[in-house]
Design a protein around this ligand. Structure first.
Ligand code: PLP
Length: 499
């Protein structure tokens, strides 16, 4: 059976249910599987004629071996169905032109790719509690740059045995994102704005998670923390599915033959999405390059090019806010794998990052990194220009995050000349970031004076596409969560809510 260990050492292997329940390891490390299953080309070919749900069960059972197949089927059917997703393909591949294919990951209830994982994580977690004989109530603590918060609320609202508290940077999310969260219903939900940026919010949540005194007080009241951020393995593993699914669809549509290599281009923030692509590659998916696309917060571009991770720089608020991140948590998992699981090295780097804001990985490791990854970034003007061009040329409206990836892909092709078939992961509906999208398409003058909610209508009419159900009439819903706190008061908010 595949067991899980912490990237910072110190633990015996634990089951996947235990790893999912805990979210993060007590020593601050992230849980990773002790072995990575390799699939054969036949396994991959067998996926071609399966539905998304069937593909999902096949991939999940490689990792969640302490769940029975029936349990996995139940989790998958509860998550990936047409009551929740607006496309029966769940994650359709959409060819835009000869060389450009988009993998649309935003047909879930909150219109961003986070639904792909957060629709299923609560089902994994409820089963994990049964399996591990857990008697405590689970408290999900979330730091969000906008999309995770809503997707987690939507997944966990009124789930028995759980409570959820979401922190978001007060001025770091779009109006639509904010309204999605502050209008959330459910008896077990709490949403709070933080006066700070996403990194402040994420660091605050990490500190609460590892606060020994608080954990003990929680214990006495039969409460336990877990995480719905992509540090939780239960959020990462469902993301592996759609890499295989996209590949199977390309084979099915005769765009490639089984065994041909493809590139994946991923708009990246916390490094969760692209890391799932790395696991897919390790499992035998024929991947040529994983292309890591960043916005002006281009710390990952610098890191992948030079091997030096240096967060001593200004945090920039951009039109792709879900990628405005300077500390990409999931990079820790990649470093662990690339060093052949050297927890001492990884711990040392993470301590350096924490204490002095930077670390370097050295030439050998950098060479290994370059065999798999390529990195680039798109500034805000380029991103908006890309939205405009793709609409003009292909009559397709990109959201700002996906546009970053499209621009970086163009740069990749120009720089390397590599024409391997490529899939760009499309991470949000354009409606979710409508004010930037409308600005790119129609110019400042057209959008001046219109609220984000009026712009939803405007974009729908001009672009001739329907407003997704989850974003309709948002401004007419009641505001249920208006609390805002200082970044050093986050713990107090938690204790007041729980005790
Ligand atoms: C979260 C998010 C990203 C970044 O994904 P990571 O897994 O954090 O790298 C990109 N685009 C959108 C729309 C997102 O919500």
């Amino acid at each position: 059976m595949v067991l899980y260990e912490s990237t910072r050492g110190g633990n015996e292997g634990i089951s996947s249910a235990e790893a999912i329940k805990r979210g993060i390891s007590p020593n601050g490390g992230l849980y990773v599987p002790q072995q990575i299953k390799e699939l054969t080309l036949k396994d991959i070919s067998d996926l071609v004629n399966m539905t998304y749900a069937q593909r999902a069960v096949f991939i999940l059972k490689q990792y969640l071996e302490d769940y029975t197949e029936d349990e996995l089927i139940e989790c998958v059917n509860n998550a990936y169905n047409t009551a929740k997703f607006s496309s029966s393909d769940i994650a359709p591949v959409r060819p835009i032109n000869e060389s450009l294919c988009l993998l649309e990951l935003w047909h879930g209830p909150t219109c961003a790719f986070k639904d792909m994982a957060l629709q299923i994580l609560p089902h994994f977690l409820v089963k994990a509690m049964e399996k591990t004989g857990e008697k405590s109530e689970i408290v999900i603590l979330v730091a969000t740059s906008g999309d995770t918060g809503k997707a987690a609320l939507e997944g966990f609202a009124d789930v028995k045995g759980t409570r959820i508290i979401v922190f978001y940077p007060e001025d770091g999310v779009s109006e639509v994102q904010k309204y999605q969260m502050i209008t959330q219903t459910g008896k077990n939900v709490k949403v709070v704005g933080v006066k700070g940026n996403f990194d402040d919010t994420q660091s605050g949540v990490k500190r609460i998670f590892t606060d020994k005194k608080l954990i003990q007080e929680m214990d006495e009241r039969n409460l336990k923390f877990s995480s719905a951020n992509s540090i939780n393995w239960g959020r990462l593993v469902p993301q592996i599915i759609y890499y295989f699914s996209a590949y199977a669809d390309l084979v099915k549509d005769n765009r490639i033959k089984a065994g041909d290599k493809v590139n994946f281009v991923v708009p990246t923030g916390n490094f969760g999405n692209i890391l799932a692509g790395y696991y897919a590659k390790c499992m035998g998916l024929p991947v040529n390059k994983l292309i890591c696309a960043s916005n002006d917060n281009n710390i990952l571009t610098d890191f992948i090019r030079t091997g030096s991770y240096d967060k001593r720089r200004k945090f920039i608020k951009t039109v792709s806010p879900s990628m405005d991140i300077l500390i990409s948590s999931n990079l820790e998992r990649l470093l662990y794998e690339l060093t052949n699981r050297d927890h001492k090295k990884v711990t040392d780097w993470m301590n350096r990052l924490n204490e002095s804001g930077h670390y370097e990985i050295g030439k050998n490791l950098l060479d290994r990194l370059h065999r798999i990854f390529w990195a680039g970034w798109s500034n805000q003007d380029e991103t908006l220009k890309t939205i405009e061009c793709v609409y003009k040329d292909n009559n397709y409206i990109l959201d700002t995050h996906t546009a970053v990836a499209v621009d970086v892909y163009d740069k990749y092709v120009i720089t390397t000349g590599d024409l391997t078939p490529s899939v760009i992961l499309s991470t949000a509906s354009p409606f979710k970031f409508n004010s930037s999208v409308c600005k790119a398409l129609f110019g400042d003058a057209e959008i001046e004076g219109k609220s984000e909610f009026e712009l939803l209508e405007f974009l729908s009419e001009e672009g001739n596409i329907p407003i997704p159900a989850g974003l309709k009439n948002l401004d007419k819903k009641s505001i249920l969560h208006s609390d805002v706190c200082e970044k050093y008061d986050m713990k107090t908010v938690v204790t007041q809510n729980l005790f």
